[in-house]
Structure formats: C-alpha cells, structure tokens
Design a protein around this ligand. Structure first.
Ligand code: BES
Ligand code: MN
Ligand code: MN
Length: 449
C-alpha cells in the first residue's frame, strides 16, 4: 500500500477533535463516527450502522457474509482524551505532523491510529471480488475515554454481537520496542468526586482565621488520610479483595526486561518511584489497586492574592482496581471511608462518576498462536504475556460471548497516551496493518468455524 496515501487518510481521522468528555465536542464525535462509516461503506461492508444510546454513538460494521468461515470481532474507540496543557504540544494536537518517523497527534496511538490499522488490514485481505477470507465485524465506540455506557448497554441487550470466534482489541502496546504483547489482565476503575462544605459562604481569613473551618483544608486532610505516605490506601476491605497474580504470571514478569532506573527516567520522568515498597514496580502498576487525585477545585487560584477561607472544595479522584474488586462495591467502600474520615463539622458528598471492572484474560486459546505467528512473521517476535495498569471498561462485556479476547496493539511505551505530544511510530502502523492482515488470513484457515 502507498504509505503517503495511507498517512493522508489517517490524518483526516486524526484531525477531528473527538474529545468525548467535553460536551462542546459532541458534534466532532459524530463526525469521527461518520468518517468511519464512510470508510466501511467504501470497503464494501453491507452492514454499516450507528448504534445510538444516551451519548456518543457506536459504529458497527460487518463484512460480506462468508459461509463456513469464522468471525472475528474488532474493537477500538474513535474518541480521544482532552489536549491540555495545549502550550506543551510541539505541533497542534489536531494537526497531525510527522517528525523523525513519528506521527504526532491526539489519538495517534490511542486509539485512532490502531483502529486505522484494523481497517487497512481488513482492506488488505479483500479479494478481487471484494470479499474477505472470513467474517469480520467492527465495533468502534466513542465513549471509551469518558466512561460512557452506550456500548456496554447495547452489548448487554444484544449479546449475539459478541457470539464470535475471536475478539481483537487493538488498544494496547508492545511491552518494549521489538516485543509485542498480549494482555492477561486490565485494571478496573472507580472514578468519583468528593465535595466538601464547611461554611455557608467564603469568609475573611483575618477576621475568622483561627476559628472558621476551612473547606479546602478539610478536603486535603481527608485526601491525605485516604492514602498513607507508604502508599497504602486506607479503605477498609480494599486489600482483602485483591486476587494476587498467579505463580505463572509472577514467573513470567520476573523474566521480563525491566530497568527501574530507565523506566523512571524515560517514562515516569520524575525523581523517584513511590508506592508500596514491598512490591515490585510491575506488580504495583499491574496487580495492585491505586488511589489518585486528579484535580482539586476551590478557594482562590487566580492571579494575585486573596485572603479568604473557602466554604467549599471538591476533588476528582479515582481508584484503579484489580481482579476481584468490583467498582460498584468499591464505590460504596470509598463513600463509607470518606464519611468516616470527615470531621463532624463538614458536609461531605461522594459522587460516583463512572467505573469499569477489572479483567483477567486467558491467553491459551489457539487464536493466540495465530496472533503469535503473525507477529513473528512481521516483527520477528512472538508476543509476551503481560498485564496493563490501564482500563477498558467494555472488555468484560466483550468476554461474555465466551470467545477469546486478544488484547494487543502496536503502541510503544513512550507514546505518551493522554499526554501532550502523543505519538505513534509510523513503522508500527505499517507493521500493525500487516500483523492484523496475517491474523485474518491465517485465522480464516485455522480458526474454528
Ligand atoms: N487504551 C487505554 C487503556 C490502556 C492504557 C491500555 C494503558 C493499556 C495500557 C484506554 O484508552 C484508556 O485510556 N482507558 C481509560 C479508561 C477510563 C477513562 C474509564 C483509562 O485507563 O484511564
Ligand atoms: Mn485507548
Ligand atoms: Mn486512553
């Protein structure tokens, strides 16, 4: 395929600012969905639908029906994360730019670039008659990054959509350059706002300082109490529910190349790693829960100085969850813990925004061998089984049909998902197209019908 032409096509997709969490971009999300529908139609898919719900639509497409051949369901998302801080982008987030073999844009790797590899892989296996060697279905959602329910509710109501022979989720990355991966686990997520009110209105900090309860102080003390300096989260029952990784997983992880100092310098970009010292860094990111503060609002943060005691404050927080920790339960535990830790003089409220359950994936199905062979032929290496610290809330629903779910992808560790200057290495795109193409042709021959 002509690489310049491919890049020009992908750039059209990347130029659409489909930021799902910002209401101002709802129309852009629809445009991104529309762009995909046009692609699927152009590829001759007889079924191309928008699955509507309360939020951004899901794009569904089906290849022409090939009797007696297996069906692969391809998952991805067309929505992207917000772009702030905008001034840190070397080139604007929605003006895709290649520098030094890397394509920079919001969504370059998460996940538009990867959706594009699936699309082009499918195109690459079409015969002269326009027919693929097997049945390929696509489900591309627009609310992965904002915790929307449209895809989830639809799959609950229409489970036949996941009654397939294999599911490919192309929303992940290599473990390291040259080391493709499949994922045996994803963490879940429980996202919440904590609201605190201590006064009916803001007060002069001189007249009342020393006696009036400060909402911001109350909030930050509460947040500090929720996690000890050691990294331990102080939510009763939380750790009891943790299912530890299997012996086989622990052993596989020990064999992975991992240099803590390089990881700190190149990816984390801080001065030290934090967290529970008795666990390895991989275990802390893959197999243990977290509690993070995403932002705090309240009081005065404008230019200059204002002497005020804030009456209210709010924090956005989330917990990452590991197998056996359900987000609905954890949400209740968090609410309980906040109420128990809050002083009597404060009104506190916990609003649960969204969540997703953790996932374990068995990677022993023969489909994984087919994927391994495809990676080996293209990238020269078979996949390594790892876990991800991130979350994809719909995966438990994709698993319900009983088909193997192949969590994989062509990202690289330094792609900067959700960060300024997100990128994808251009060669990884071309490799991805070939890998998924080979997967399709080989699975057509070998996969269960
Ligand atoms: N592609 C990521 C998930 C991911 C991250 C996989 C890192 C592998 C490694 C996905 O787009 C994502 O960012 N998910 C969100 C989900 C949340 C908003 C419900 C996440 O993990 O924060
Ligand atoms: Mn993603
Ligand atoms: Mn993401």
């Amino acid at each position: 395929m002509d690489h310049d032409k491919l890049l020009a096509e992908l750039n059209q997709f990347l130029a659409i600012p489909s930021i799902s969490t910002l209401p101002a971009h709802a129309q852009d999300c629809r445009r991104a969905a529309g762009w995909l529908m046009e692609q699927f139609r152009a590829l001759g898919c007889p079924v191309v639908e928008l699955l509507e719900g309360d939020g951004h639509p899901v794009v569904w497409a089906e290849s022409p029906r090939i009797e007696g051949k297996p069906t692969v369901l391809c998952y991805g998302h067309y929505d992207v994360q917000p772009v702030d801080p905008l001034d840190e982008w070397v080139s604007p987030p929605f003006e895709p730019t290649v520098r030094d073999g890397k394509l920079y844009a919001r969504g370059a790797v998460d996940d538009k670039g990867q959706v594009f590899t699936l699309l082009k892989a499918y195109q690459s296996v079409l015969g002269k008659d326009g027919k693929p060697p097997l049945n390929v279905h696509f489900i591309i959602e627009g609310e992965e990054e904002c915790g929307g329910r449209v895809i989830f509710d639809r799959l609950r109501a229409e489970p036949e959509r996941t009654a397939v022979d294999a599911v490919i989720v192309a929303d992940m990355g290599y473990y390291a350059p040259g080391m493709p991966a499949v994922y045996t686990g994803l963490r879940g997520l429980c996202y919440a706002e904590i609201h605190v009110r201590t006064l009916q209105r803001d007060l002069h900090s001189g007249s009342y300082g020393g006696v009036a309860p400060n909402a911001m102080e109350t909030l930050v003390r509460l947040l500090a109490d929720l996690k000890s300096r050691s990294g331990k989260i102080n939510i009763p029952k939380l750790y009891k529910a943790v299912e530890p990784p299997t012996k086989a997983e622990r052993k596989a992880w020990k064999g992975l190349p991992f240099d803590e100092r390089e990881f700190l310098k190149d990816e984390v970009t801080g001065k030290a790693l934090v967290g529970l010292k008795q666990y390895s860094a991989l275990e802390r990111t893959w197999a243990l829960p977290t509690f993070e503060i995403h932002g705090i609002r309240g009081g005065f943060t404008g230019e200059g100085a204002k002497t005020v005691i804030p009456a209210q404050a709010m924090a956005k927080v989330s917990l990452r969850l590991v197998p056996n920790q359900e987000y609905e339960k954890v949400g209740k535990w968090l609410t309980r813990a906040v109420k128990d830790l809050a002083p009597k003089y404060a009104e506190v409220e916990v609003k649960l925004l969204h969540g997703g359950n953790p996932v374990l994936c068995d990677v022993s199905h023969p489909a994984f061998t087919v994927l391994d062979e495809a990676f080996e032929a293209v990238a020269g290496a078979r996949t390594v089984p790892v876990r991800a610290g991130g979350s994809i809330p719909v995966v438990p629903e994709l698993q319900r049909g009983g088909a193997p779910v192949l969590l994989t992808g062509i990202g690289l560790p330094d792609d900067g998902l959700h960060s300024p200057n997100e990128k994808v290495t251009v060669q990884q795109l071309w490799d991805g197209i070939e890998v998924f193409g080979k997967f399709f042709t080989r699975f057509a021959e070998r996969g269960a019908a």
